[in-house]
Write a protein that binds this ligand. Sequence first.
Ligand code: SF4
Length: 645
Amino acid sequence: FKPYPQQIEVMEFVSKCFKESKNALVESPTGTGKSLIIRAIMLEYLKSSNQNQQQQQQTSKLPDWLFQAAIKAEQNQIAVESSSVQKLRDTLKNIHYFPQNSVNFINQLCVMNNIDFVQQQQINDLLTYTYQPQHKQAIFSSRTHSQLQQFQKQIQLTSTALASRKVYCMHQSKQDIEDIDYFCKNNSCIYRKQEQLLVGLVKSFQSADFVQAAQKESACPYYVSLLRQNLSDVILMTHQQLDESFNQNAVLFVDEAHQLINVVKQKHEAEVSLAELDQFQLKLEQYLQKSTFLAENTFLSLSQILMQLQKLIKLTKYLQNQFVAASKADLAKLLAEFDLVIFIKAEIELFRRERFTHRIRQKLNEQVIYKALQFLELLCHEDVQSQFLLVGSHDQQSENQKNFRLKLVHLEPKMELKYKNVACFGGTLQKDSFTKHFTQKFEFLQVGHIIQKDQLKIKVIKELQGKEFVFNSQTQQNEQIYHDLALYVQNKRKTLPKEQNMLVFMPNYASIEKLKKSIQLENFTIEQPGTPLQKYEERCKLENHVMIGVAGGSLAEGIDFKDDLCRFLIIIGIPFPNIGDFYVKEMLKMDKDYLLHQAFIKVNQCIGRAVRWVGDWASVELIDSRFTQYWDYLSYWIKQIGQSK
Ligand code: SF4
């Protein structure tokens, strides 16, 4: 395999950044083999850092002491009739909690099996999660677990995909367990015995599928994954997991980096209704009244949360009749007036750590407590008086005053990626919009597509039915426009050979609903929010099919429309954010191009659906005369490759 010049350019760029201890940000379109590039850089980095250890057998990288301990542990599992082993087994029967009792367990295991002191320390560190990796590691992050699995299959390195207990739990009935973390921490489990975990850990390195290998040893894959992570070359995790602390000496590779911005935003916003705050307050009050057995500190912490909650309820009631939105100076004044500038982060952490949600909630939906806590926690953010927006809204469908809800949003959220070096890759990245969300600096590279110029044709359609076509909030109310669009889409479809499919993107669900009424197609699928991607994947394999979705929706992100699945792509209108939204108004004050930036992230993503690999080709039509005016906002590679007719 000979790499394309674009791939070499990226590899050299990232390697240079790493050598100079800099972070890299790479915009490289879909279909240019990003995952291959990441694997190559990762391998090269680990190889040079770990003195060619990758060329050895995978399992030989495991330290000898671990093998020795696992062999001993396995021997202990075989019923050997000796009084000392029996004594050990009796002791182990009582050890269910992990890792609190591990020191005890390890001491006994080592003494009884003549494992020396140094090895004893190492095993102890491993089982108490304080073991420091002895080699360089890489972390790979992507949006979903299935993307991680796909990457994991391709790398020739030892790797561990981190996932929740819900994913890895071995209990058949796990779907019925409401809170698996709570269940797991508060029940002894036959799959969490330390001998089994140790054996499962070593066996897991001898198999391509560590989950299956651990399960075979009756060792919980969740705990085995925690033990494995410091012994693996690569740790895989979703974007959501990135701000938890892992090996900070590792290098981080982020795929689908544009999605990471959404994660940063989600972690800096919270929404709760007055009814939800009231419900939480009631449960917490009742719990505190009857819980005389609580330790004094715990009681004080919960009381602090209750006090803060009561003040927040007061503020919400005050705001519900007249309130629209408050930002920066207004918000600082409001919070001071209601005495809400109090730091109770430690108390909230204790509440979560000790899992009070389950102790107090009784019949209350746990989501109510999660939401209220997230809101209270965000009120403790150091920027709350200077960078946040508070928006109030009434539930449209309800007369009930209690459905008044508050939304608290950080206007410029930032995340710190605490790793040695970071390399972020995405098909649609705008340097400034991306880097402003991270504390570290990035070197930026844009690369072109590996397809040839005649493989992507882009045309702006300025007129429909002989009249200039602009699809904005006014014209979207005009029913006739949907008849014209439906006719246009139907005629286009007729021009396609039978085996080819077509993809249409519109700016919002409301316009799709209107188009649906006018369209006369037997073979088309309309995107519905919440529909699993799998359903669409089945439909788009049908021939001569038209998929209609929202720019920025699930059809624009998760499905690989390669080859005949999409030979013709239409984008109707420019998907600007809603100008009436308070958040959008605030963002516009800080960035006058905010609307265009946001809209063209979606447009570029949609166009990226059409060409998925070096042999792919497609035609794209942008239906709205304003596309000519904003041509510069298209991605670098689209302008470079796309031939405008
Ligand atoms: S130890 Fe593993 S298998 Fe057992 S309850 Fe916890 S997650 Fe489930």
